[in-house]
Design a protein around this ligand. Structure first.
Ligand code: TRP
Ligand code: ZN
Length: 868
């Protein structure tokens, strides 16, 4: 490392010295020498006659101020410093860039044959020198010039205003976006596509042209994305009263993309994974993912674009809120319980793990070296939980009043998290002072609950103590305002009315102190408490439930989430006790009463199949690892496997009956059909561990008329290492080797293969014609699944898994730092493992730190991990 990269601090925010009101961009597209001309209208905001522009990897061709060549400037580490400027001027900057060589996929790059851009967070500075910060909002006019035969579609933000032909087979198109926006929302795409078109009439009667651009030949995979887009537009009008504001909405699907998708104004760019689907190529999970991501990017049009962020520390202002909105969208369209369960799994698994790691940060970070490192589960998912807590505290109506005021006050501007809290407070006349701590405090709070029933006084006392352990970034922790949703049940399953001090109280308790007691009156018998209903706050719950109470809640709790959660707590008890048993040389076992509880759910006639499938899904190895200070990787894996096998053995008949009864002849993607497939395939994943396993998996693979069932068969064969695994894998690869996106599912199975020789298999697989380390989807599927979903071999005590990860990371460091920086996360959690493994991980981190071209992204994470 030549010079250690420096952190930026939230407290150092300063408003810009200048603003840019308009920018006129011209792109002359050429593979390795694209010329960008940027003509900006600049206005001085304070006394400074010096303007510092951001720029990264640019070749400056010319610089004019008011059409005159300007020599008062110097290039700096971070861009361009221009001096002796007038108060207001036209700035013309011409730069040359090399999109062909751009493997980082940030700025302007080529994805296969097409040009596209990714500017969030700080990619615009790789296109031209600019005030590349979200509080500078300009109106963009963009002209794109390229070869007409190769690039018939030339796209940018806003409306198409003019086009024309040029010499040498080139053509141009000019776009104008009337909405002022920050540079991170700029987009350009040039290529040859098939276009899937539709239109939408907004509720005020305006017509919007909808266009989805896909690679040629993929038109039959764009329908679900279009349906999802139309559903999103309708939903945002109905639930939030928000309408679309341009005449055109375009989505382009590209194969090379670092993240899921990007909300560029009027021109979303998507990872093709979140657009392309038909029944032969995509699973139900893919379909649901498309709906969620299309919704997410669409909802950003108001929460992100119309109201944007003042600075990047405020990222959760748009991301937490937009995740909350997409979660609500998916819940309103599909199963609320199943959606909630899956969102909570993410918080309790990877988000809690992140908050316990050296990367722990509040949803509004205080310091950042590389902004790309802060598009995290904490900012997105915990951020969404924080928004959900407003909703729990204020109700739908109060929440919507707050939203309305927020949009009204801040439309067309760059806002802060504080502005959002203020709007919620002012619209509802409430004081959220203590609630604000959720923005500044990192770590996961624990709620420890104790109860006492007094039969004489007929009272039931609930004592709640909250505490948050110190995190790597923050020692001192304060008590938070935690909405704690509870219910009390009588033995017959009836619900008690909650009364304190002679008055009826809400079932959402306000926890605000370190320790607090609630005395409920008129309680005749000892009730069973249902605690943290709907996961009303992102906290860990400690309560000493008996098995009987948990099996009771699995049946009697009034909402499905609470039933599922009771099942998970029951499993958690036996996972913990069995890990201990195994460590002291005993066998894994599950009492008949617990097996019966799951049998009861399996046989239930009223529960929806999708929900039953969730109840039967054991927590992941990663989630279980989070329960321990030091995790015994092999013991946890053995226990999870043994419990699965035992449940499979004891429930074989019930599982087989379900499996056969839920067969569907036709494939449809409505929620009922998805749920049936989910339960049937969950049954298969258990049955795979019985005698029938091999035959069932093979048969299902051969008979499948859709990708969901195909992959479920392969996945069962993979996890249970069935004899048919190789045949199925070979057949699939033969069929799909020309389609990288479809092959990703196969790559993920190779990466998570529990076989002893998995590393050799992965190294061979890297030679597969569909694999490339340059493609983020491929890398995440094969390598990411090894690091995240193959715990036994990744953490092999001989260090082979870590060494392999290290090799890949050193290569990716120069190819694509953003992808490398996401891939490294499991290695940052070294503190969770024994001394031997810690030592082995450290060696790999040290090797990275010693690299002389280590990217900022990896530098930030590696140094944090090594300092901890
Ligand atoms: N704003 C995008 C979203 O959440 C996130 C995103 C897409 C992104 N591509 C990126 C963030 C590249 C950083 C870098 O919808
Ligand atoms: Zn987003």
């Amino acid at each position: 490392m030549a010079q250690a990269p420096q952190a930026k601090y939230r407290k150092d925010y300063q408003s810009p010295s200048h603003t840019i009101t308009d920018i006129d961009l011209t792109f002359e597209l050429h593979d390795s020498a694209t010329i960008v001309t940027a003509i900006s209208q600049v206005k001085q905001l304070n006394e400074s006659t010096t303007l510092e522009l951001d720029g990264d990897g640019l070749t400056l061709k010319s610089l004019l101020v008011d059409q005159q060549q300007w020599n008062h400037f110097e290039t700096t580490d971070s861009g361009l410093k221009i001096t002796e400027l007038p108060q207001q001027f036209t700035l013309t900057v011409v730069t040359e860039i090399d999109p062909q060589a751009n493997t980082a996929l940030e700025g302007l790059y080529k994805s296969d044959g097409a040009y596209c851009t990714q500017c969030e967070a700080e990619g615009f500075r790789r296109i031209t020198y600019f005030l590349d910060r979200p509080d500078v909002l300009a109106k963009y006019t963009t002209t794109v010039i390229a070869d007409k035969a190769q690039y018939p579609y030339l796209l940018s933000n806003g409306n198409r205003v003019e086009q024309g032909e040029m010499t040498e087979g080139r053509h141009w198109v000019k776009w104008h976006d009337p909405h002022p926006k920050p540079s991170y929302l700029f987009a350009l795409v040039a290529g040859d596509f098939d276009v899937f078109r539709d239109q939408y009439q907004t509720r005020s009667g305006r017509n919007v042209a909808l266009e989805i651009f896909v690679d040629k030949g993929n038109l039959d995979r764009a329908n679900h994305a279009m349906v999802s887009l139309i559903n999103s537009m309708k939903w945002d009008e109905e639930r939030f009263g928000l309408e679309y504001d341009l005449d055109i909405y375009m989505i382009v699907a590209v194969d090379f993309f670092n993240m899921g998708a990007m909300e560029n104004k009027g021109l979303n760019v998507f990872n093709s994974k979140f657009v392309l689907a038909n029944d032969q190529t995509a699973t139900d999970t893919d379909y649901l993912g498309i709906e969620a991501v299309i919704g997410h990017e669409y909802f950003h049009n108001w929460t992100g674009n119309r109201v944007t962020c003042r600075d990047w520390f405020q990222l959760s202002l748009k991301e937490g809120l937009t995740v909350f909105r997409d979660q609500e969208f998916s819940s309103d369209l599909g199963s609320r319980a199943v959606n909630r369960i899956n969102n909570v799994r993410i918080i309790r698994g990877p988000q809690f793990a992140e908050d316990a790691s050296p990367m722990s940060h509040p949803i509004r970070p205080e310091q950042v070296i590389e902004m790309n490192n802060f598009y995290t589960l904490t900012v997105y998912e915990k951020g969404s939980e924080v928004i959900r807590m407003y909703h729990t505290l204020l109700g739908e109506e109060g929440f919507q009043k707050g939203m309305q005021l927020y949009v009204e006050r801040h439309d067309g501007t760059a806002a802060t998290c504080e502005d959002f809290v203020k709007a919620m407070e002012d619209a509802n006349g409430v004081d959220l002072s203590q609630f604000r701590l959720w923005y500044s405090q990192s770590g996961t709070p624990t709620l420890n609950v104790e109860t006492e029933f007094d039969p004489q006084a007929q009272t039931y006392t609930l004592t709640v103590a909250q505490s948050t352990e110190a995190t790597h970034d923050q020692k001192e922790k304060l008590p938070l305002h935690i909405p704690f949703d509870i219910e009390l049940y009588n033995a017959d399953g009836s619900v008690l009315e909650l009364r304190c001090n002679g008055e009826k109280v809400s079932n959402v308790l306000d926890i605000t102190q370190e320790k607090q007691s609630f005395v409920f009156e008129g309680v005749m018998e000892k009730p069973v408490p249902s605690l943290l209903r709907e996961f009303s706050a992102p906290v860990k719950l400690e309560y000493d439930y008996s098995d009987e109470e948990l099996t009771f809640l699995m049946v009697h709790a009034r909402n499905e989430f609470a039933r599922w959660d009771a099942g998970q707590m029951l499993l958690a008890k036996y996972i913990r006790s069995n890990v201990e048993a195994l460590q002291s040389g005993n066998d894994v076992s599950l009492p008949a009463s617990v097996v019966d509880a799951f049998r009861g759910v399996l046989l239930s006639e009223e529960l929806e199949p999708a929900f039953i499938a969730e109840v039967l899904s054991l927590p992941s190895h990663n989630e279980v690892s989070g329960w321990y200070k030091t995790v015994d990787v092999d013991a946890v894996a053995q226990v999870l496997k043994a419990l699965k096998v035992q449940l499979a053995m004891e429930l074989t008949d019930e599982l087989a009956a379900i499996y056969h009864s839920l067969q569907q002849t036709e494939y449809t993607i409505d929620h009922a059909a998805i749920g049936k497939r989910a339960l049937r395939n969950t049954a298969l994943s258990y049955l795979a561990h019985t005698e029938q396993g091999n035959q069932l998996a093979e048969q299902q693979y051969q008979r499948a008329n859709n990708m969901t069932d195909t992959i479920a068969a392969m996945s069962a064969a993979n996890q249970a290492q069935l004899a048919c695994r190789e045949t199925l894998m070979a057949d699939y690869s033969q069929k799909w080797k020309h389609d990288g996106l479809v092959m990703d599912k196969w790559f993920a199975l190779q990466g998570s293969n529990p076989a002893e020789n998995v590393l050799d298999v992965i190294k061979q697989t890297m030679q597969h014609e569909a694999f490339s380390l340059k493609n983020p989807n491929r890398t995440r599927s094969l390598i990411g699944s090894f690091l995240n979903a193959n715990p036994v071999h990744f953490h092999a005590i001989d260090g082979s898994g870590y060494r392999f990860a290290g090799e890949i990371l050193r290569e990716l460091n120069s190819v694509n730092p953003q992808v490398a920086s996401r891939l490294i996360d499991p290695l940052l959690k070294l503190g969770k493992y024994d001394q031997t493994r810690q030592g082995l991980i450290k060696i790999e981190l040290e090797k990275l730190r010693a690299m002389d071209n280590l990217a900022k992204d990896l530098f930030e994470k590696v140094t944090k991990a090594l300092e901890s």
